[in-house]
Each structure stands twice: as C-alpha cells, then as structure tokens.
Design a protein around this ligand. Structure first.
Ligand SMILES: [Mn+2]
Length: 275
C-alpha cells in the first residue's frame, strides 16, 4: 500500500511539489506511527532559486525555444492552421534536442490571441491579424516559456501601437528586476505603463512567474504577491494587451535574476514585424 501511495508521489512530484490528498491518506494508513508534515512551501521555496546545473538546463531549453521562435516568420503563411503551427513548433523544438514541449503550445490567430489561455483550433491565418505563439520546451527536465506575436501581411495601425506599448512595458518591468526587488513592483512597472498608455485593464494576468522543473514553478510577479526576487531565480516577464474580439499581443521572455539586474535567457527577435 505504501509503495502504491509513493508511486503517486513520484508521478506528481516532478511537476507539482505535492501529492494528492488520496495518496497522503494512503501513506498515513501505511505508516500510522509516522508523523506527516507538509513541506510543500519549503520545497516550493527551495525550487525558486536555481543552482548552476539547473540554470544550464534552463538556458538550453530557452536557446532551443528561441531558435524555433526565430523560424516562425519563415513558416507562417496565409491559410496555415493554429494546430498545424503548434505541431510545427513542437516538432522543431524536439528536433533541436528538446525532450518535449513544456506545456501545450498556444497558437492563436485573430480574436483567439486576445485569450491568454486559448486552446488552438482549426482557424486558418488571415492577412492583417495577429498570430500569437506561447510555447516552450523541456531540456534535461527543465522548462522554457516564450511568447512572440507576429502579423501576416501588414500590421493594423491599432496593433502597431499595442505592440509598441507591450514592448515598452516589458522593458519597464525588466528595469526593475534585480535581487531584492519585489515581484509586485516588477508587475506594477509594466501594468502602469499599459494603463497610462491608453489601454486601461489591458493586462489581464500577472507579469511573470517562476520557471523550472515545471512551467509555473512557484512564485509570481503579481499585484498581490509577496515574492521578493533573489539571485538565480528564473522568472518569465510577459506583459500583454488584449482587445476582446480583435486580438492580443504578448511578449514573453525568461530571465535569471542577478545581483544587479538580470540575465536574458531567451533571445528570439521581438521587433515588430509583418511576415
Ligand atoms: Mn509564461
């Protein structure tokens, strides 16, 4: 019975620092004389700061995703499907040595790009609409997570401005990042820029999250979060602006927090362009 319960621990342990309640009950029953303690928070805290080996793996995962990101403009064409693009990105990352994707690729065209957690469907890409790709891979069990947004044919005036503001917001957030900075201040830097640039409420999620063995590896840079950044935490920085029914732009990169700032781990080109 204990073995069975611990198998559950193994299964869950890699991606989530915890076990199911049912499995905890099984363990408790198997070893009634042992006192069980919840170490979930301690494990989460320990996972937030990465060691050299972990950073090496994340760096490689970021490098693979960035290389594939830079190929997107050469793959995009009118009529290509969201799922098809998702498959293409996964295939290319694995060909470059990734073990797998780190999460289901978000490949969203037009109005779908205004939904941060969109599930790709059979929509075909049309001229003038945003094509947003949020993807990443695992290398040696560690994740990368990157988002790029492109336009087919030409960039509508409105989205030129949206893109510019998102890019600036990301820069504002990056400028705050350093060991000792509060995650909520990083979030605020991006959020305020978006608010003040004519897109109130445009950013509908937190600006970043920890990245490691799992793609949301504990720790968030969000308005109501107490996270204080430490050297060698790896965080995503991903502001976005979403216009319901029309489309959205998100730009996401992964960084390692350093004493005085950050090391950018993802490198795919993010200059605005129509392809
Ligand atoms: Mn992310």
């Amino acid at each position: 019975m204990l073995a069975e319960a611990l198998r559950g621990v193994g299964r869950l342990g890699i991606n989530a620092p915890g076990i199911t309640h049912a499995n905890a009950m099984l363990v408790k029953k198997a070893v009634p004389h042992v006192q069980l303690t919840d170490v979930g928070d301690a494990v989460k805290a320990a996972r937030l700061v990465k060691d050299e080996e972990e950073i090496k793996a994340i760096r490689k995962a970021c490098e693979i995703a960035s290389k594939v990101g830079d190929k997107i403009p050469s793959i995009l064409k009118e009529g290509i499907g969201e799922s098809e693009m998702g498959a293409e990105l996964a295939y290319r990352m694995q060909r470059l040595g990734a073990t797998s994707v780190s999460f289901e690729t978000i490949s969203a065209f037009g109005p779908g790009s205004a939904e941060p957690h969109y599930l790709p469907g059979d929509r075909k890409l049309r001229p003038g609409e945003p094509a947003l790709f949020d993807f990443g891979c695992k290398y040696d069990r560690y994740c990368s997570d990157i988002t790029r947004t492109y336009f087919l044919g030409s960039v509508p005036k409105k989205f030129e401005r949206v893109y510019q503001v998102v890019l600036e917001a990301q820069q504002k957030a990056l400028e705050v990042i350093r060991a000792g900075a509060k995650g909520r201040d990083v979030d605020a830097a991006a959020r305020e820029h978006i608010e003040l640039s004519g897109f109130p409420g445009g950013l509908i999620h937190s600006v970043g999250h920890g990245l490691g063995l799992s793609v949301h590896d504990g720790g968030r840079m969000a308005p109501n979060d107490d996270l204080v950044l430490e050297e060698n935490m790896v965080m995503t920085v991903e502001p976005g602006i979403y216009i319901p029914g029309e489309g959205g732009v998100r730009i996401e990169d992964d960084v390692r927090v350093t004493k005085d700032g950050y090391e950018m781990l993802t490198s795919a080109d993010k200059r605005l362009r129509a392809v």
